[in-house]
Design a protein around this ligand. Structure first.
Ligand code: GLU
Length: 417
């Protein structure tokens, strides 16, 4: 894969780029570029053979001006302190762009979950939940799923927290299974907002999504669902990939059948006898819409020079480096930024938390309707900022909108030394 940029430096550059369009004083910009609090800790847990293992874990609370810290927990060998700091910042700006009343947070454990059994992962997750307990809470910091975590891990964290606190507090975490207080539509929400944001972008550019060609890099929860919903909107998904490689289907493929194949075999490769392609080849295909849905730094400045897509909708967090942004703006490639395109996940997390607090649960159609309203209104807000401030791209416009909201909240709270 392409770049090795430090994601935290990328975040800081994105904030600086937007702050240049606002009159934010230097002390405010410093606050906007650094987390308020960071937990870095050891987790020691028992392996199935009775031995003990210790791994590193993190939780970054970036900004709480607009509400409780909010953001997922990922299990991945690439997790570092700086990655978690960056991801927590992206959450703060994401929540502000879609105007859900949260700050930003993120956590992670530096492991490959494929190396562990389910019972080992349960002990590890409960060890993390125990470390997190003083920091989290329904009104304090609310974790959620991220890369390689899902309902199972969220249910364990909820149970650990509630047991230690001797209470019921389902809103302490989102992305739970339905029977544990989860919301209809939450699993699909990230992919759904990617498809909605792409639809809005194509409308704005006077282009037709029906018949448009789409390539999707990364076929986890976000990528596979975005692909399926884009196909439902009439687009032709002509290439998909995951960490082990990709397939190219010039006449389009059935995204749900590819997902079933991946569930059976562990990979998209080998589905339907289509030609194999590398991730790099997929990212430089001549398509109407490219959806990077894997990890940070998928496209750096060098690779961006070879990108031939017209529109990019970021399903992953941070898939483009700031150098890539510059190259793509120069080439008039429109990038719908992560902090809008993938914000459906945290938006439906917010709906889940509201339902948990009210003990009153919504239908799936209500969830999807409210989500559509949030994403389309947020897209309009970004386009307004793009036109009013003449920002170089939609990402900087999104940060302008978000920073404005965070700074307003901080100003209204005042300073209390
Ligand atoms: N991990 C998701 C994200 O990066 C969802 C976070 C949440 O629901 O709090 O946006």
């Amino acid at each position: 894969m392409a770049g090795q940029a430090n994601p935290f430096e990328s975040l800081q550059e994105q904030v600086d780029d937007a702050a240049a369009f606002l009159d934010a004083p230097p002390d405010v910009v410093t606050r906007l570029k650094n987390p308020e609090r960071l937990l870095e800790t050891n987790l020691t847990f028992e392996r199935d053979d009775g031995s003990l293992e210790t791994v590193r874990a993190y939780r970054s609370q970036f900004n709480g001006d607009r509400g409780p810290y909010k953001g997922g927990i990922r299990y991945h060998p690439g997790v570092t302190r700086d990655e978690v700091k960056a991801l927590s910042g992206w959450m703060a700006y994401k929540c502000a762009v879609v105007d859900v009343p949260y700050g930003g947070g993120k956590g992670g454990i530096a492991i490959d979950p494929a190396d562990y059994s389910e019972s080992e992962l349960e002990r590890l997750t409960r060890a993390f939940a125990t470390e997190l307990r003083p920091l989290i809470g329904e009104d304090r910091d609310i974790p959620a799923p991220d890369v390689n975590t899902g309902q199972r891990e969220m249910n364990w964290i909820k149970d650990t927290y509630e047991t230690l606190e001797n209470t019921t507090a389902p809103g302490v975490i989102t992305g739970k299974a339905l029977d544990s207080g989860g919301s209809e539509g939450r699993v699909e929400a990230t992919g759904r907002s990617v498809a909605l944001a792409a639809r809005e972008a194509f409308d704005w550019l006077d282009r037709d999504l029906a018949g448009a060609t789409v390539a999707v890099q990364g076929y986890g929860n976000a990528g596979s669902i975005a692909a399926a919903l884009l196909a439902d909107l009439g687009a032709d998904v002509v290439a998909v990939s995951d960490s082990s490689g990709g397939i190219r289907a010039p006449d389009g493929l059935d995204p749900r059948a590819v997902k079933d194949h991946k569930a059976e075999t562990g990979s998209v490769s080998g589905y339907g006898r289509f030609a194999a392609i590398t991730n790099e080849e997929l990212l430089t295909l001549d398509v109407d819409l490219l959806v990077p849905a894997a990890l940070e730094n998928a496209i750096d400045g060098d690779l961006a020079a070879d990108v031939r897509a017209d529109v990019i909708a970021e399903a992953a967090n941070g898939p483009l480096t700031p150098d890539a942004d510059d190259v793509l703006a120069e080439k008039d490639v429109y990038v719908v930024p992560d902090i809008l395109a993938n914000a459906g996940g945290v938006t439906v997390s917010y709906f889940e938390w509201v339902q948990n607090r009210q003990r009153f649960y919504w239908t799936e159609s209500r969830v999807n309707e409210e989500l559509e309203r949030v994403i389309t209104e947020a897209f309009e807000g970004i386009v307004d900022a793009f036109e009013a401030h003449e920002t170089p791209n939609l990402r900087t416009a999104a940060y302008v909108v978000a920073i404005d909201r965070i700074v307003d909240a901080a100003d209204q709270a005042g300073n209390w030394p």
